[in-house]
Design a protein around this ligand. Structure first.
Ligand code: S6P
Ligand code: ZN
Length: 196
């Protein structure tokens, strides 16, 4: 499993029984998440254009890039996984902080991201290299269709908060994205956003 469990022995939520979760729609805080995935700058080696800038950031304190808060749900067909994704603002050189990005292992599974706050893009790509950057801002939902790789990119000064929902059996395929990369990156230069 790609995600780190707070308590690796925690039983899966009995998702055969209805349950509720409190989420603060302003801060994105999920009450009593079962798992929290934390990725720091040092987890992002190889992802940014300016590797030396990333090394400097790691040496300067290795800041958290993003956190994902989840409830444990059986990862089997019929269930839905949901999470809060919190991508912090920042730059590696002049490139905006971003998530690693992935395809779903079960490639034909979609995902919805409802942006709760912040600003940025959902960078989407197909294996043939075609791409689309969907703007994200509070109240905008982005639909990532089956087969599209996806990565969140924070272009603003506040955390980019999203509520994500996807089929529980989807899985995360990081390997193909790590090899292929995304066709475009997002930078802030002279106060302006540049996609290249
Ligand atoms: C899962 C969904 C999100 C991401 C999260 C972190 O399908 O897309 O929960 O896992 O935004 O991104 P990444 O690319 O490191 O998994
Ligand atoms: Zn996904």
């Amino acid at each position: 499993m790609a995600h780190t469990a707070l308590d690796p022995h925690a039983p899966a939520t009995d998702a055969g029984i209805p349950f509720g979760v409190d989420i603060d729609l302003v801060t994105g805080a999920m009450r009593e998440p079962d798992r929290v995935l934390v990725r720091r700058a040092s987890d992002m080696k190889g992802y940014y254009k300016d590797a030396a800038a990333l090394d400097r950031l790691i040496a300067a304190g290795d800041p958290v890039h993003y956190e994902v808060f989840e409830k444990v749900i059986p990862e089997t067909y019929g269930h839905l996984l949901f999470c809060i994704s919190k991508l912090y603002p920042g730059r590696v050189g002049d490139e905006c902080f971003m998530t690693k990005g992935h395809y779903h292992t079960v490639s034909g599974t979609a995902e919805t991201y409802l942006c709760l706050g912040g600003s940025g893009h959902m960078m989407c790509k197909l294996a043939d290299g075609s791409w689309q950057a969907e703007p994200m801002c509070r109240g905008r939902m982005v639909y990532v269709p089956p087969h599209w790789g996806h990565r969140s990119i924070n272009t603003g000064d506040d955390p980019l908060l999203s509520f994500c929902v996807y089929p529980a059996e989807a899985g995360h395929n990081y390997g193909d994205i790590a090899v292929e990369g995304f066709p475009r990156r997002v930078f802030i230069r002279d106060g302006r956003e540049v996609i290249e």
